[in-house]
Design a protein around this ligand. Structure first.
Ligand code: GAR
Length: 190
């Protein structure tokens, strides 16, 4: 699921194509008609589906449509690669412990919007990114993997964000593999 440029989506697709991540991307759900992720998915031959949040009467209704689309595509995991909508219990309960998100801060610092701006404003010397399981409270779930990125004296939001994104592209495919490994090694007591 993506809302924007899709550089993380492409990093994951590249890792799969290079054989460093054993996975398959069945579909890209996007919510913003102008999202550049569509061009990347088209180029890579991966199906896309627009679910524009503006056309749904509630967050639950959007999430319901997402669950239906993902079930039809037969997916096991949801990867939020720059998905900018808050999700509801409807989505989370349909994919228990199988939703990962990437966030451009060292959580639990700077959750929510404009995380890189928040980090710069706070004057931290080390910024970074986190891959975590998605829970109802935004950016709160257990962390799978993080990368630290030093803040340089003349950093702007753009320069820092660009270096954080380089690390996102590195850790996201790795974190997906780790999370899948953790889930498959759990003893099923049901
Ligand atoms: C990424 O930097 C990701 O960390 C951020 O959106 C960007 C999407 O970039 N996500 C959030 O802020 C989520 N709260 P991309 O579309 O190029 O992958």
């Amino acid at each position: 699921m993506a809302s924007g440029s899709g550089s993380n989506f492409e990093a994951i697709a590249t890792a799969i194509n290079q054989g460093t991540l054993n996975a398959r991307i069945e579909i890209v759900i996007y919510n913003n008609p102008n999202a550049k992720v569509v061009d990347r998915a088209n180029r890579l031959g991966i199906p896309v589906q627009l679910l524009d949040h503006r056309t749904f009467e509630s967050r639950e209704a959007l999430d319901e449509a997402i669950v239906v689309a993902l079930a039809a595509a037969g997916v096991d995991w949801i990867i939020m690669a720059g998905w900018m909508r808050r999700v509801t219990e409807r989505l989370i309960s349909a994919f228990p412990r199988r939703i990962l998100n990437i966030h451009p801060s060292l959580l639990p610092s700077f959750p929510g919007v404009r995380a890189v701006e928040q980090a710069l404003a706070a004057g931290v010397k080390i910024a970074g990114c986190s891959v975590h399981y998605v829970e109802l409270v935004v950016d709160s779930g257990p962390i799978v993997m993080q990368a630290a990125v030093p803040v340089l004296p003349n950093d702007s939001v753009d320069t820092l964000q660009a270096r954080i994104q380089q690390q996102e592209h590195r850790i996201f495919p790795e974190a997906i593999a780790i999370a899948a490994q953790i889930n498959s090694s759990k003893i099923d007591k049901s």
